[in-house]
Design a protein around this ligand. Structure first.
Ligand SMILES: *Cc1c(COP(=O)(O)O)cnc(C)c1O
Length: 218
């Protein structure tokens, strides 16, 4: 942020994953915060949308508003209605997403068939200290695992899970799992054995039990 300011640049933070429930980029000095409202704000995997939150109302804000109005990137009234209704349960959902993700991450970290768990709430995460400084009260609902045995075992684990739907996107009440490299394509730098998990708000013990049975059969 200091470097950006030195060169007169605007800073933009995509806060879709952390959400304002855990991270407040404007308080950390960012100029514009970006959200895919498709994800945790919507929370039910049934709308598409986005939001920009500005620190200041100035001529740049007015310009971007103009682009939005003239460009037509405006959500439908029904999508706005769904989004407003979803926001009433936003804080309740986020607390469960985060608590579930922490429980699942801790469980998976001890599993011998899992090579590595990537979750900012775990002390083993390389950026855990930064996350703890920036995030308040939790670390969100997204985590990744590297599965031992490469791509083949990663895909097999996906198919053995019964509660986790094999799909892209994130932030909905239901747990999703995705073989990220298949989505990103052959040029992706994502490891072949990486699975990304959007932890839902189901009972944590059910999610852990599902992983237990899948890992046993892997
Ligand atoms: C999904 C996502 C987007 C894109 O949002 P859409 O609503 O799918 O267009 C942007 N940033 C992050 C971090 C996302 O997860």
């Amino acid at each position: 942020m200091e470097i950006a300011r030195e060169y007169g640049c605007i800073t933009v933070a995509d806060n879709t994953w952390a959400t304002p429930f855990y991270t407040r980029p404007l308080d950390l000095g960012v100029d514009i915060v970006l959200h895919s409202t498709t994800k945790y704000f919507g929370g039910h995997s049934d709308i598409l949308g986005g939001a920009l939150v500005f620190k200041e109302n100035n001529e740049k804000t007015a310009f971007i508003k103009k682009v939005q109005c003239y460009g037509g990137a405006v959500p439908s009234p029904f999508d706005c209605w769904l989004l407003c209704r979803s926001l009433t349960t936003f804080t309740a959902r986020m607390a469960i997403h985060s608590a579930n993700a922490m429980k699942l991450a801790r469980f998976l970290e001890k599993e011998p068939k899992i090579e590595r768990v990537l979750y900012p709430g775990l002390p083993s995460h390389p950026q855990h200290a930064i996350a703890s400084r920036q995030m308040k009260g939790g670390y969100g609902g997204m985590l990744s695992v590297l599965v031992k045995g490469g791509r083949e075992n990663a895909l097999k684990l996906c198919s053995l899970l019964q509660l986790f739907t094999h799909a892209t996107s994130l932030g909905g009440v239901e747990s999703l799992i995705e073989h990220r490299k298949s989505t990103e394509g052959p040029d992706s730098a994502t490891p072949d054995n990486l699975l990304r998990i959007s932890v839902g708000i189901e009972a944590a013990e059910d999610l852990i039990k599902d992983f237990k049975q899948a890992l046993k059969r892997l």
